[in-house]
Design a protein around this ligand. Structure first.
Ligand code: NAD
Length: 514
């Protein structure tokens, strides 16, 4: 590691290139990668190349880890109040630049500007939470555990931690990770999604402007190879991952085998149960918003509705509401939903819709052939609704991650809960009802991390943890909340003795408190 060095001769060029190259951030400097290989970041509404992400070289990766390792001792030793002050400043700067962040997110990811603001603000809540780290990271103290002896525990940072991000929340998910990790006193290596890294770069610029010392936050880019390098590097102590099950389980296995802590938030198939007594207008609005918002590309999207009792009248009204949604480029002011992330994603979603039709589901609303004037090349899919869906269909078993709502029917709450609990995922689930008895049964019996009662997207504020059940999560310490601080810290337990020691002889027996 000591031998790692970088050529800085071409340092300014990443901004000047057209399309711009996304820089690495190593030891406090945004530097162009020496790599010849790069991936185009494509605006999904226009297919224009927004920028190019390099595949960070192995030498650059090692330099980033070295920078993080070198920055750790003095950052750890900085008073927690000073670290908190940097988070206060970062909070202010993110608010100042929210428009720039939202525009970058919308043009790389495709989500509507309004939704992109939500992406930033939900992440901002975590920065706000990190400003209270002195209290969150408090240890414990028991006085006089034995005569003249006290024991206390200290929550200490781990060292170098890393975060690997998905494409669907380009600001919120990096902000789930590094603000908590660094305010606990760790240093960090962030690997943004190669599909929309722009927001991570802006956030890192803001963090540097806020006073984060060089090397505390570093950014590297790439796909499988860089992820494997992160899993394998002995200097990295913990990995936060959010993304698909394929990548998440691979990372969990590989990094755990190296003795690292891993928290891995993965795929979802979030269901809503609609009871016959549910408030009609509010429930329909919630289903449409949670099913089609962000074109269904949220890990907490409600992608399946189970109607208890008659489903037909609900479905008809759903179709009417969904039909009225405006599909357009996310940067257009009237857009309700933008494109999906890539051509491959569009093909996959359309294929899954087709498998549903072929296995007997009814296509109540078909968004596959939507045309958006002025954006004819965009990866658009309009709201799509399939009814009479059963648990054996491929469209039900797979996470679709597109603007597709599946409708199922059950005769009782019991049956609806059983359908959900048989699904392999357990990220979120909601119930819509005016019955407290039904809601309480649902809350008790449902196997999901986030539970909503008349709330469609129950993403918790950061003083609680974002969790996940069954295949939606691997690890044992969740993101943010108390668990998030525990993930990024380890406990040191100190036993101290301050008394006049007796001069009587040596005892080789195990000391006890008796
Ligand atoms: P993805 O798994 O394709 O990519 C996530 C990250 O892993 C990226 O940085 C990517 O470069 C890397 N990666 C991808 N394949 C890899 C492989 N084979 N080996 C090593 N690294 C690999 O996920 P995505 O498409 O960007 O995101 C969508 C997924 O994320 C959905 O499944 C969604 O449900 C999930 N998600 C979950 C949560 C949650 O909190 N549970 C939140 C957001 C998104």
């Amino acid at each position: 590691l000591e031998n790692c060095h970088l050529s800085t001769a071409i340092e300014p060029s990443w901004r000047q290139r057209n399309p711009q190259r996304v820089p690495n951030l190593i030891g406090g400097r945004f530097v162009d990668s020496q790599s010849f290989a790069s991936i185009d970041v494509i605006n999904p509404a226009t297919q224009q190349v927004v920028s190019q992400v390099p595949l960070t070289t192995n030498e650059e990766f090692r330099a980033a880890v070295f920078a993080a390792k070198r920055a750790f001792p003095s950052w750890r030793d900085m008073p927690v109040t000073a670290r908190q002050h940097i988070m206060f400043k970062l909070h202010e700067l993110i608010r100042r630049d929210v428009e720039k962040l939202a525009f970058t997110i919308s043009s790389e990811h495709g989500k509507t500007l309004k939704d992109a603001y939500g992406d930033v603000y939900r992440g901002l809540e975590v920065v706000e939470h990190a400003t209270g780290m002195a209290t969150l990271q408090m240890g414990e103290f028991v006085s006089n555990v034995s005569n003249g002896i006290d024991t206390y525990s200290i929550r200490e940072p781990l060292g170098v931690c890393a975060g690997i991000c998905p494409f669907n929340f380009p600001a919120m998910i990096p902000l789930w990770m590094f603000p908590i990790a660094v305010t606990c006193g760790n240093t960090f290596i962030l690997k943004p999604s190669e599909k929309d890294p722009g927001a991570s770069i802006i956030l890192a610029e803001l963090a540097m402007e806020a006073g984060l010392p060089n090397g505390v936050l570093n950014i590297v880019h790439g796909t499988n190879d860089i992820v494997n390098a992160i899993c394998d590097d002995d200097n990295i102590r913990a990995i936060s991952f959010v993304g698909s099950n394929t990548a998440g389980m691979h990372i969990y296995g590989r990094a755990s085998a190296k003795g690292k802590r891993v928290q891995s938030n993965m795929g979802a198939k979030n269901h809503a149960i609609v009871m016959p007594d549910a408030s009609i207008g509010a429930t329909l609005n919630a289903l449409v918003a949670a099913g089609f918002g962000a074109a269904g590309q949220r890990c907490m999207a409600l992608s399946t509705v189970v109607f208890v009792g008659d489903s037909k009248s609900w479905e008809n009204k759903l179709v009417e509401l969904a039909k009225a949604l405006k599909v357009n480029a996310g940067t257009e002011p009237d857009a309700d939903l933008g494109p999906v992330i890539s051509k491959q994603a569009k093909e996959r979603v359309c294929r899954l819709i087709q498998t549903g039709v072929e296995s007997g589901a009814k296509l109540l609303l078909d968004g596959r052939n939507v045309v958006v004037p002025g954006y004819e090349h965009g990866n658009f899919i309009g709201p799509t609704i399939l009814s009479d869906v059963t648990s054996s269909m491929e469209c039900y078993k797979e996470e679709i991650f597109g603007p597709v709502l599946l409708c199922m029917q059950a005769d009782s709450l019991e049956e609806a809960i059983n359908i959900i609990n048989r699904n392999k995922y357990g990220n979120g689930a909601s119930i819509f009802t005016t019955s407290g008895i039904a809601a309480r049964k649902f809350q008790t019996e449902i196997e999901a991390g986030q539970v909503g009662i008349n709330v469609p997207i129950p993403v918790p504020l950061p003083f609680f943890s974002f969790t996940g059940n069954k295949a939606s999560f691997a690890g044992d310490l969740n993101f943010y909340g108390k668990a998030g601080v525990n993930f990024y810290t380890q406990i040191k337990t100190v036993t101290q003795q301050w008394k006049d020691l007796p001069s009587g002889g040596v005892s080789l027996a195990m000391p006890t408190s008796q």
